[in-house]
Design a binder for this molecule. Structure first.
Ligand code: TRP
Length: 338
C-alpha cells in the first residue's frame, strides 16, 4: 500500500464475479472508483463468496470470472498501485465478522431489504430462498466495515445494503459502547442508471441487454443496431422522443461533444433525423470509448498469471487490514480471551 495514502479516507466496493462487466457497471460505479482511487485508499473486492449465495451449483463459473472481472478492472484503469484488488473468500475475518453482525439484525429486517426482495422475486425463489442469500446483506456489511470504509461507490440498487450496514455499525457501537466501527456513505453515480439496449430500466447480464466492456467492435455495432429507440418514430420525418430513448441516454453517458448531442436531440425531437443516423453516431462514440479499454484488456489477458499475482498481493493486504478490525471488534465485545 502506498504509505502516503495513510490518512486518506477509505473506499470499498466489489462485484460478484458471475459475468463480465458492462457499460452499466461503468456508469454505476467504475467511473466513481477511478475518481476515488486518486482521493482515497481504495479496496475493490471480487465478491466470490457473495456470488456463491445464488450460484452454489456453479462454482466453476465464479472461478472463471474472477480473472475476467480482474481484467475488466485493470482495463478500465483501476491501478493496483492505488487500489487494492482482492478476492473476498480468502479473507477469513469477513465470515467471522458476518457471524457476529448477524446477531445484531432481526430476521424481519432482513426480509424487508428491498434489493434482496427484488432479487428473490427475479430468481423465483419464493420460500425456497437459500439462507446464505437471505443474509448476504450482513456479509456485505462485514465487507464494508472490515475495511472501515468511509465511502462505498455503488450503483443505486446497492443503497439498501449501505443503509443496512449503517444500522449494524450503530447497533454495534452502541451495544459495546465503543466507536470501533465506521459509518459508511454511499457514493452513487452522478449519471442516471444506464438502461439496457432493449430499453429496460437496467442493463444486466441476466436480462441479455448488456454491452460488455470486452465486446468486440462488431458485437458493439450489432448491439447498437438493434437498440430500442422510440417505437412511435416510424418515419424519419416524424418527431421522435428523446426522453427514455436509450440511444440518447448512452450518448449522454459516453458522448464527448455535449453541444452536438444537444443539437441531435433537438433535431430528433423536431423530426427529420432517423434512428439509423443517431445510432451510427452512438456507435462511433461508443467504439472510441471502448477501444482503449479493449486494447488494455487484451494486453493484461496475455499474462493471466501476472493478473492473479496482483490479486494475491492485494488479498494479502486485505487479510491484514480486516484482521486488524476483527481484533478491535473482539476487544470491544470482550471476547479477546487470551
Ligand atoms: N453486492 C454487490 C453486487 O451485487 C457486490 C458486493 C459485495 C459489494 N460486497 C460489497 C459492493 C461491498 C459494495 C461493498 O455486485
Amino acid at each position: 500500500m502506498n504509505p502516503q495514502k495513510k490518512n486518506l479516507p477509505i473506499a470499498l466496493t466489489g462485484d460478484r464475479p458471475t459475468g463480465k462487466l458492462h457499460l452499466g457497471h461503468y456508469v454505476g460505479s467504475l467511473a466513481a472508483r477511478l475518481r476515488l482511487q486518486e482521493e482515497c485508499k481504495q479496496f475493490v473486492m471480487i465478491a466470490d463468496a457473495q456470488a456463491l449465495t445464488d450460484h452454489a451449483h456453479e462454482p466453476q463459473l465464479i472461478r472463471a470470472h474472477i480473472l475476467e472481472v480482474a481484467l475488466d478492472y485493470l482495463a478500465v484503469g483501476l491501478d493496483p498501485g492505488k487500489t487494492t484488488l482482492f478476492i473476498q473468500s480468502l479473507v477469513p475475518a469477513l465470515p467471522e465478522l458476518t457471524q457476529y453482525f448477524l446477531n445484531l439484525v432481526t430476521w424481519n429486517r432482513l426480509k424487508h431489504n428491498p434489493t434482496v426482495k427484488l432479487e428473490i422475486q427475479q430468481k423465483g425463489y419464493g420460500e425456497e430462498v437459500p439462507a446464505g442469500f437471505m443474509v448476504y446483506p450482513i456479509s456485505q456489511a462485514a465487507d464494508i466495515v472490515a475495511f472501515k470504509a468511509d465511502f462505498v461507490p455503488v450503483g443505486d440498487d446497492q443503497l439498501p445494503m449501505i443503509e443496512q450496514t449503517v444500522e449494524v455499525v450503530r447497533k454495534f457501537n452502541r451495544l459495546y459502547q465503543k466507536d470501533v466501527l465506521v459509518e459508511p456513505k454511499a457514493i452513487s453515480s452522478a449519471q442516471a442508471r444506464l438502461p439496457g439496449i432493449d430499453g429496460k430500466a437496467k442493463m444486466s447480464k441476466s436480462l441479455q441487454n448488456a454491452i460488455f466492456l470486452s465486446d468486440e467492435p462488431d458485437v458493439v455495432r450489432q448491439k447498437v443496431q438493434r437498440m430500442y429507440t422510440d417505437p412511435n418514430h416510424l418515419r424519419v420525418e416524424d418527431p421522435g422522443k428523446v426522453e427514455g430513448n436509450p440511444v440518447f441516454t448512452y450518448l449522454d453517458a459516453f458522448g464527448k461533444d455535449k453541444e452536438k448531442i444537444a443539437e441531435l436531440k433537438a433535431h430528433y425531437g423536431r423530426g427529420g433525423l432517423g434512428d439509423v443516423a443517431i445510432k451510427k453516431y452512438l456507435m462511433e462514440e461508443l467504439l472510441e470509448f471502448l477501444e482503449p479499454i479493449r486494447k488494455a484488456r487484451q494486453e493484461f489477458a496475455k499474462d493471466p498469471g501476472g493478473v492473479m499475482q496482483i490479486l494475491r498481493k492485494g488479498t494479502e493486504v486485505a487479510i491484514e487490514a480486516a484482521a486488524c478490525t476483527l481484533r478491535e471488534v473482539r476487544e470491544a465485545m470482550g471476547t479477546n480471551y487470551f
